[in-house]
Design a protein around this ligand. Sequence first.
Ligand SMILES: Cc1cc2nc3c(=O)[nH]c(=O)nc-3n(C[C@H](O)[C@H](O)[C@H](O)COP(=O)(O)OP(=O)(O)OC[C@H]3O[C@@H](n4cnc5c(N)ncnc54)[C@H](O)[C@@H]3O)c2cc1C
Length: 519
Amino acid sequence: MVRRINHIVILGGGSAGWLTAGVLASEHQVKSNSDMIITLVESPDVRSIGVGEGTWPSMRDTMRSMGVSEAAFLTECDASFKQASKFVGWVTAATDDYYYHPFSAPQGYGEVDLVPAWADLQGDYRFADVASFQPHLCERGRAPKQNVTPEFAAVANYAYHLDAGKFGQFMQKFCVETLGVRHVLAHVQSVETRDNGDISGLQTVEHGLVEGDLFVDCTGFSSLLLGQHYGISYISTRDQLFCDTALALQVPYAEADSEIASHTISSAQSAGWIWDIGLPTRRGVGYVYSSAHSSDEAAEQALRKHVRQTSGSAANITGDPRKIDIRPGYREKFWHRNCVAVGISAGFIEPLEASALALIEMSARMIADELPATRESMDIVARRFNKRFRYRWKRIVDFLKLHYVLSQREDSEFWIDNRRSETVSARLQELLALWRYRSPSRRDFHEIEEIFPAASYQYVLYGMGFRPESGNPERRLEDRAAATGCFQTTGQLAAKYLRGLPSNRELINHVAARGMKRI
Ligand SMILES: Cc1cc2nc3c(=O)[nH]c(=O)nc-3n(C[C@H](O)[C@H](O)[C@H](O)COP(=O)(O)OP(=O)(O)OC[C@H]3O[C@@H](n4cnc5c(N)ncnc54)[C@H](O)[C@@H]3O)c2cc1C
């Protein structure tokens, strides 16, 4: 008998559960399609994690394709615009030690190699400053678009900073009211299976048995279905990325109209790094650190010191930070039988490049696009899914490690340990050897949708102080002329956009008061 996939049950109502529900429901037009049901089951007793404030530009596409109003999203999720990450103190910890990883690709990306000309001609200029206009906008607190720019359109590529709790509520309302997702508030206490080992239903305290054809495990750290029920093993990445604890705080602005940073600030510390994210009504700040290299007390002191130094005298900082234990790593596979894990239940690694929500979007998109019509074809999709996401997790580990391995800091064991070759994957070591003679390029990354493109590697590599050896001098002459033109374009665009763009705060106030032009 052919078993058709008509009913998808998503377990978990955090960002992973609601984003997956939204992507699936909009793609399969669940509201008007009587052949497809999506039910989201969420425990009234287990809170969602409630952190995760930085996103990628992919979130714009995700929201737009679901039919969300960007103005409503910004206002209801207390969201602001994000254009980059700024890494402070990662190379030497000197006072002028910072670099940007912006969302806009380097000028001429894919056609002109800027690196030799930058290395030869630009002397002390930061790579991102000559390759992209966007760090200049961030340094001056500018928004990525004008008041009149329509929803989701951009002058400069952007994503969002958002309040994770409010985002969950917003998505829940939108998914239920607009997209036709069924919402069941019930705590799952056991899992029912078929003879072949597939899950047949979830036994809940409040609503009895919830049956389905495909089960999406979005239960966060508990990984109830994939981890606990199926016992799929966990691949720890602690031997490469040491951070395993976070302390999170919410910090008020000194003034109601304080500037809102249009980038995430990641400040290196002696045992990890502090994130600092500006929302319209508050900042989210937290220290992610290695418990093998710092006590909780020392980490809290460092966090409080950062908050004091960055908050101005009028800011009223109260409350204790919330401690979150992180087990860095990912599952050996993500899709097993008729169960696929999305979000923290699939894995979690320190949020240094805010890749978790982006990975959720990619997972949901692949499930929606390749949704097997029948149980018989599901194992094929599962194999493809596992292969693709195993590759992506490995690339995330490598890319995050790049931020550590090139540091010249000697002030703590954390930084020294991070440079030990046994903590760096063979692939990353190989790439670093290649990049001594040429810049990261598309040839180094084979997937169509690479999680981090060569452009991102360029920003971090050269931001971290890596300098290439001189290459073929003839090619450099040609490239140098083209690259010099690109540097001039960067400067011209920066000047033009600085003249024409409002501040991040001005644009957010404008959206709150007047909304945005719909597309
Ligand atoms: C310190 C920190 C900072 C982060 N920063 C970022 C960032 O800047 N950018 C980014 O992209 N990501 C970030 N993340 C990751 C991000 O927060 C998560 O990927 C995202 O919130 C998804 O979480 P989740 O939905 O998988 O899990 P959760 O939010 O934990 O949701 C789990 C859900 O499962 C339900 N559940 C559990 N058990 C049961 C049960 N028995 N029955 C029924 N329901 C159950 C719960 O009720 C809940 O709804 C960060 C994470 C941490 C820890």
